[in-house]
Write a protein that binds this ligand. Structure first.
Ligand SMILES: *Cc1c(COP(=O)(O)O)cnc(C)c1O
Length: 482
């Protein structure tokens, strides 16, 4: 009986053309084009169909729905989709630039487990600061911060909104307005608005510069220590590299010096690495565990660089130092949200289970080898070349780490160089960027290039659709000119 009613309702669903012919929807063509209009309507009918089936499967009471009613419902769905599409500022894009940590494109995608954890903790209430065993108040760090200690060997950990916030919190809590010693080679600017001297200023610390841009010796640190000194700061100059005649002391040497003088050593690792990535050319990124082992009192790094999770500032170190941060009223202003804790907990679990190279997207992309990428690229080039007026071929090139990490590292990758008749390279770049799902490619040597290292396999069909649309549009333009 219910099954029959469901089938009747499904039969009464409007045809796509019927919805497209509604006056209120017809007018969209001029604004968004026929393809997008049809795609929206298709989606609207599909959503309605799924809803009917879902109601049936979950045992809801079914109504006998007329054709008019369902046409109306489909039209309303179409308007909902249209409005969201037109008004949303923040949208999914396909990153075909080959830059792994792309700050302008949201840095890095999250693991499946992290996405699930975010949904679970935020679509209802969660036990963020509630201890389920006792029913008393709990600490938000009980999950992620405990795992972070396990991963790095640190005594304690604290999580804030980003690494810049971590730096401000550490410097203001531990410098006490005293002198902070830093090498001239590490007075860096990271990403335009993060300059180490400015952060020092905001934190009330007095900057003491030592050494030269390319060489700073242990002795330089030793000589700069006075009664006013509270900290030695070591900053990993993430986005540039001095090569040639260079020198800077090891973390272990600085840690010994700090301890001897009863001051603290703080290392801002920037990206850092949780596991050894030297095999992939990232041997210069500080291994967080190694810095802790070498005796650094505090180490800070980003959640959304090579770690591969959400925007967050991760602070690890000795219990005495971290407890001073936790007690600083500033911590209350900088502490992470439940979304940060949920995502990080899931990411840390991947590292603990040693599945980071398959589960964490940025590491999966980093370690995908040339041959695997070439198989994917050849396959896509085959499909692209079948589209009328589209030309595509593979060129050897490089992907970049980005995000101010490892500027000298280039990953060997096959790139797809593509063109469509009637478009200049920059016109095609613009077309792709303005596609329904924006595709961000790059231009090199007058060629439009797409790098599949940063494109997931499920996104390949979007690239294909974008080129089909580009080709169709030019054909249509030609036809109307005749
Ligand atoms: C990236 C970086 C920062 C800033 O980190 P955010 O998480 O973007 O705030 C600070 N210090 C160093 C050395 C960095 O590389």
């Amino acid at each position: 009986m219910r099954k029959e009613l469901l089938n009747k309702n499904l039969q009464n669903l409007p045809a796509i053309d019927k919805v497209l012919n509604q006056d209120s929807i017809k007018v969209w063509v001029a604004e968004i084009g026929g393809n997008t209009q049809t795609a929206i309507v298709r989606k609207a009918v599909e959503v309605l169909r799924n809803k009917l089936i879902e109601n049936y499967e979950t045992g809801k009471t079914l109504a006998d729905l007329s054709k008019e009613h369902l046409l109306q419902a489909a039209t309303e769905n179409a308007f909902l989709i249209y409005n969201v599409r037109e008004n949303k500022k923040l949208r999914k894009v396909v990153n075909a630039t080959g830059v792994l940590i792309h700050t302008n494109l949201g840095r890095v995608p999250l693991s499946e487990a992290s996405k699930q954890a975010i949904t679970e903790s935020s679509s209802s209430y969660c036990n963020l600061e509630f201890d389920l065993s006792s029913g008393a108040r709990g600490a938000r760090g009980d999950g992620a911060e405990v795992l972070l200690c396990e991963l790095t060997g640190a005594e304690d950990a604290l999580i804030v909104n980003n690494c810049a916030a971590a730096t401000v919190l550490v410097l203001s809590s531990l410098s006490n307005g005293g002198e902070v010693i830093i090498s001239r080679g590490e007075l860096v600017e990271i990403g335009g608005d993060f300059r180490v001297p400015d952060v020092m200023n905001v934190s009330g610390a007095k900057l003491v510069e030592i050494g030269t841009t390319n060489r700073t010796k242990l002795q330089d640190y030793e000589m700069a220590i006075t009664h006013e000194t509270s900290l030695i700061l070591k900053v990993h100059p993430s986005n540039y590299k001095i090569i040639g005649f260079t020198e800077s002391p090891e973390v272990a040497e600085l840690a010994r010096l700090a301890q001897k003088n009863d001051i603290l050593l703080y290392e801002d690792a920037g990206s850092g690495a949780m596991v050894d990535l030297s095999e992939y050319g990232l041997g210069d990124e500080p291994l967080i565990k190694a810095s802790i082992e070498a005796g650094a009192d505090v180490v800070t790094f980003s959640g959304d660089k090579l770690l591969g999770s959400v925007q967050a500032g991760l602070i690890v170190g000795k219990a005495r130092a971290i407890s001073r941060l936790r007690k600083n009223p500033l911590y209350r202003a900088l502490r992470g949200s439940k979304i940060i804790y949920a995502a990080l907990e899931a990411t840390f679990k991947a590292y603990i289970g040693n599945s980071q190279f398959t589960d964490v997207p940025v590491l999966r992309m980093l370690t995908e080898d040339y041959d695997e990428l070439e198989i994917r690229a050849k396959n896509l080039v085959g499909k692209l070349s079948k589209i009328e007026t589209v030309g595509a071929e593979i060129k050897e090139g490089f992907s970049a780490i980005g995000g101010g990490a490892a500027p000298e590292v280039k990953l060997h990758s096959p790139l797809i160089s593509a063109s469509v008749d009637g478009y200049s390279t920059s016109e095609l770049l613009n077309f792709l960027r303005n596609f329904e799902v924006p595709v961000i490619a790059r231009i090199f040597d007058e060629n439009l290039l797409m790098d599949l290292r940063t494109v997931s396999e499920t996104e390949e069909s979007i690239l294909l659709e974008a080129f089909q649309a580009a080709s169709r549009l030019k054909k249509k333009e030609k036809a109307t000119q005749k």
